[in-house]
Design a protein around this ligand. Sequence first.
Ligand SMILES: [Fe+2]
Ligand SMILES: [Fe+2]
Length: 287
Amino acid sequence: MDSKTIMKKLERIEDLPTLPTILFEVNRLLEDINTSAKKLGDTIGKDQSMVAKILKLVNSAFYGFRSRVSDISNALVLLGFNTVRNSVISVSIIKAFSGKNDLEGFDITEFWKHSIAVAVTSKRLAEKFRIEAPDNCFVAGLLHDIGKLVLSQYFQDLFTKVWITAQKENLTFYEAEKKEISVKHPMIGSFLVKKWQFPAHLVDAVKCHHAIRKGVSNYELLLIVYVADIIVNHCTIEPENPIDISTVHPDAVEMLGSHMENTNEWYEKLKAEIESACDFFLKEEEG
Ligand SMILES: [Fe+2]
Ligand SMILES: [Fe+2]
């Protein structure tokens, strides 16, 4: 299938996952600087399952507040608008794709575990180096591989072809894609993120996470997601060896400086947090 055919098919798919309308309302309200916590709280309050999920997040070990937060306006004051918006986005994205998982060779739980690991790593890198809004980095990390999900659900033949080549020739998914298909998961993912009307920095981070390109709308955010993905992949497969810096884009190496050399130890300490984020996002709500 050539790239035109793939993109055309993608445009025609009518049941691509959609995000809840509440998310668009929240985004619209946040564009207005006069929006109050009350107004925003009332809007999110229209979706009670979302409220429950956000309160659970606020009260989870992930944020570690000492006293219990029991209403959404409080959560907004404590966490800030941007963090709450990003939790709404994160919860919505994972929910949008839940329940469909019937392709051999693709484990959706493993997929999200990887994405959540990259999200947490991106967030922590942003905090450590004070480069970017940490919550934006979290969402970008969570989304970066979303194109693989689209491939696995709507282009199953292509996905299987890539998967088999990757297994047979011991390649990464992206390397196998380069051999087998004309449009790869970063492009496909960015199509969906754009369709969801997410801001350009997220579209670009998804589109370029394997092929760094200057001139995107937020180069530093892209570098963070790119390097977080490398750290997670490396530390999952061979935690005992340091990352070979010569394989990493020089701008990312420069950004992390000497930190690049002890990423393994640093990542080790992040694991508990990644684990609790996975628990939070992937476990079904028990009523
Ligand atoms: Fe990727
Ligand atoms: Fe990835």
